[in-house]
Design a binder for this molecule. Structure first.
Ligand code: HAM
Length: 431
């Protein structure tokens, strides 16, 4: 027999974008909840910025010759002629909001956390989406290296609460405007004679963005990068001692890290520390879970005072993927305390109001209004793990009473309907 083909709509989600279904939401909810809890615990205020921003903010902030701005940004022109972009990252937008809303008048450092979607027109593959979500953390106004280490610690605290282990930090320092130009020159000199052996992209990078030559994934470019001069050997005293302190703090709090002299990150604003956090296993090699670093010149570049900053962002899609791949159980099912069983027309009618009263009294309540037999409803109460079943039948509704069934012992008692909430609260207090 020919199998019936499922009728599909001709419409699909845009390439590289996906629907997050109810079965995925338990993971998303848990990840967001842990992120928000820890953000609060580490003193971050929540900041929401628009999804669209002025294109120039990213050209200036992220950098004109970065992959993000050159190739990946979704640009649009509004009816009024404004040139906007779907944000490809949070950092420049957060600094804009900090400056625009007078947050720079708050006591520093100012700690801001934002959650939401970012958009990058990337080549689609698992873990790399055109719409993805980030949890972004910025600390503005403090140059002490202890903060660089504390942000990495925050990531590991979030991971721990999500049950994610075996993660590793890759870390490097890319210097500052004092020492980097010299290193840049060394790098250009090194690559000039090797230019013809590089991939097409890297040939352009020699002039435009030579640091990115170091982290190209093409095998011929990787091979050449192995012999390239390393920036850690060419840092000024200030950057050198900053980096050493960050590593000492990480040692102190026992955060696992490896030095990666070729980690440069693809965004122009970084100074000094840069880091990424990766799963420490074979499968995870292509997928950084989080990345960040210090950006001591960005606030000034975007029109503020000379103010240091450091931050990072977590890829939430990748965190959820990893939790699912590793089969980590997320216990998000909240057991209802009370299950409301209704029988007969009057019982059903009265139960609607009672449900609301129980909910407002702060007692977790569940019910199955479309189910009409006592047996099926009690079975459901049992399955959900409710402690009390409240049985409201025709007779009880007429008598203004209700039966409390204690699910663990199956014992029951009848109480006046208007006393039931107080009675349950009393029982809870005792236990
Ligand atoms: P980023 O490394 O571009 O840094 O992104 C941070 C994280 O976002 C990545 O490690 C990854 O987990 C996730 N991510 C980025 N693009 C995608 C994608 N297309 N699909 C799935 N996940 C993705 C930044 O965005 C900086 N703004 C971080 C920062 C904050 N630096 C300082 N402050």
């Amino acid at each position: 027999m020919p199998t019936k083909k499922k009728r599909k709509s001709k419409f699909r989600a845009p390439k590289g974008m996906r629907d997050l279904l109810p079965e995925d939401q338990v993971y998303w909810e848990k990840v967001r909840q842990v992120v928000k809890n820890l953000a609060k615990g580490y003193g971050f205020g929540l900041l929401e910025t628009p999804i669209l921003e002025d294109v120039d903010l990213f050209i200036k902030g992220t950098g004109q010759y970065t992959d993000i701005v050159e190739k990946e940004m979704y640009n649009l022109k509004t009816k009024g002629g404004d040139k906007l972009a779907l944000r490809p990252e949070f950092t420049p937008a957060v600094i804009r909001a900090y400056l625009e809303n007078g947050l720079s008048r708050l006591p520093h450092p100012v700690r801001l956390c934002s959650l939401g979607p970012i958009f990058r027109y990337e080549r689609q593959q698992k873990g790399r989406y055109r719409q993805s979500a980030q949890a972004n953390f910025e600390v503005i106004g403090e140059k002490d290296p202890i903060l660089d280490a504390q942000l990495i610690q925050l990531f590991f605290s979030i991971s721990k609460d999500l049950g994610l282990k075996n993660l590793i930090t890759q870390i490097n320092s890319i210097g500052c405007p004092r020492c980097r130009p010299n290193y840049r020159r060394m790098l250009v000199n090194f690559y000039r004679s090797r230019k013809k052996y590089l991939c097409e992209n890297c040939q352009k990078r020699v002039q435009q963005n030579p640091l990115r030559l170091l982290d190209c994934k093409e095998s011929k470019c990787c091979k050449i990068a192995e012999d390239a001069p390393q920036i850690v050997d060419n840092l000024c005293d200030d950057c050198h001692s900053h980096f050493r302190s960050v590593l000492e703090y990480l040692d102190e709090i026992e955060i696992p890290y490896i030095l990666n002299p070729r980690l440069v990150r693809g965004l122009d604003y970084y100074t000094k520390t840069v880091f990424e956090i990766w799963p420490d296993d074979e499968e995870g090699r292509q997928i950084a879970l989080a990345g960040g670093g210090r950006y001591d010149g960005l606030v000034k570049l975007l029109g503020g005072k000379d103010m240091p900053g450091v931050g990072f962002a977590i890829g939430l899609d990748r965190m959820v993927n990893l939790i699912q791949e590793r089969g980590i159980k997320i216990n998000t099912r909240i057991k209802p305390l009370v299950f409301l069983v209704q029988l007969g027309e009057l019982g059903k009618k009265r139960s609607l109001r009672l449900f609301e009263e129980l909910r407002q009294a702060g007692l977790g309540v569940a019910s199955s209004f479309s189910c009409n037999t006592m047996k099926a409803q009690l079975k459901r109460a049992d399955k959900l793990g409710a402690r009390f079943a409240l049985i409201l039948g025709q007779k009880e509704a007429l008598d203004e009473t209700i039966i409390i069934r204690y699910m663990d012992s199956s014992s029951q008692e009848t109480v006046p309907l208007n006393k039931v909430i107080a009675k349950i609260k009393k029982k809870l207090k005792k236990s």
